[in-house]
Ligand binder design. Sequence first.
Ligand code: PLP
Length: 474
Amino acid sequence: MTVESKDTSYVFQRKIDDKGLLCVGTKNNGMYLVLEDPKTKEQKVVLDAMSGAAVSSLGHCDPEITELMGQFAKESVYTFGGSFGNYAAEELGEFLCEKSDGDFASALWTGSGSEANENALKIMKQYHNELKDYKRHKFVSRNQSYHGYTIGALSIGDGSRKYAFSDILIDASKTPKVSPVYPYRNQKAGQSEEEYTQELLKELEQTFIDNDPTTIAGMIIETVGGSTFGTPTPTKGYLDGCRAICHKYGALFMLDEVMCGLGRCGYSYTYKSPEFGLSEGGPDLCSVGKTIGSGFVTLAGVLISPKVKKVFVEGSGAVMGAQTYHSHDFNCRVGLAVQKKIYRDNLIENVRVNGAYLKEQLKLKLKDAKYAGDIRGAGNFLSIEIVKDKTTKEPFAPSEAAGPALGALCLARGITSMGLSGTIRNEILEGGNVIMHGDHLTVAPAYTFTKEHCDIIANSIAGAFADLEKKYAA
Ligand SMILES: *Cc1c(COP(=O)(O)O)cnc(C)c1O
């Protein structure tokens, strides 16, 4: 007897044996998805307001890039990065180092953000080894963070996807956690932003002290958080404060900009935001991914500061280990073409300008929405926290799964989004199962979006909130 039915799915992802909707194409300058129900063959065209997992910076099937991809496929030669380099990896590195105004001097190209962070942990460990400081092996990170789904990346992350695997992760004593920046819920009444920031930094320094600071290798945080609790931006001075504490105790300071970086928040690097970024200079390492290849190729990477590079150059001169698809020639060529187009067409400025418009429209159209709480984010990376009561900020019961429910209502109204639960915290049960408290909805359209797309997105979300009210009133 087999368990397969006629509608069986051969892909072990999402819901097992349920194909869900399948994407079969794009429309309207790569801004829309054509989705098909595999059973009925019925099609639905929706605005891709989420770009997958905030990936497609140029929209889908960009004709300039696909033309180049045909050419690259004919010219590109695969070599193993451990043996030979290639000009594409060099040029992509040079291009993005140049855009950092000297903050970075080198880059390692990987196939995914998880791998980029995984490699970064090893680079940080090796950095200290090069300095003969062999004791450092702990990584400080934050609660409610996401750094990827591989074992090392899950260990430094937090959130609902982690706890079922706790006993096969890096020991929690080596991955101490601190609070995230969450003023909407954690900044006390009467407390200024400055005081709240100082409270967070005090906790961080105490965590260093409590975990023997001479054993801490580095700290890794998302400049702007992603899916875990909905695009939280840091408070002013927070990033400077974290970097200062890391350096005071000889640890490295790393930013994860896999989801929020490379233009998504309106600046070349999100830590350069004048609103909440570092006041000067950069982090010691920075991971990037998602939008770098716009979903045309699987590409991510770790950018390395001159300080870190120098220690390697003056030490062993070599990075330990290489993966089959590090510095992949074809992927790097496509990534470089995507990045060049983003800069040539001033698309990061478009994200800044139209992103501000979208945020304003969301605030305007959700002003009277009963369940729309905090509206936050930067650039076109924006979220709305869903609450049962705007005044008390009381969340919906976890059993309502209000985040996914709102996401489904948005899809019914013609836009993609990420409606998720677990915004406030995860209650951990036996076996690492979790009850997810709090809900939010995130959007992150392609950098090529227009004001017209913003209006569609804001109207659809406002409509979906109204639908949710009707649903719960019934
Ligand atoms: C998506 C993401 C990752 C992991 O990248 P993958 O390409 O999915 O492996 C890491 N960090 C952040 C902040 C992310 O959003």
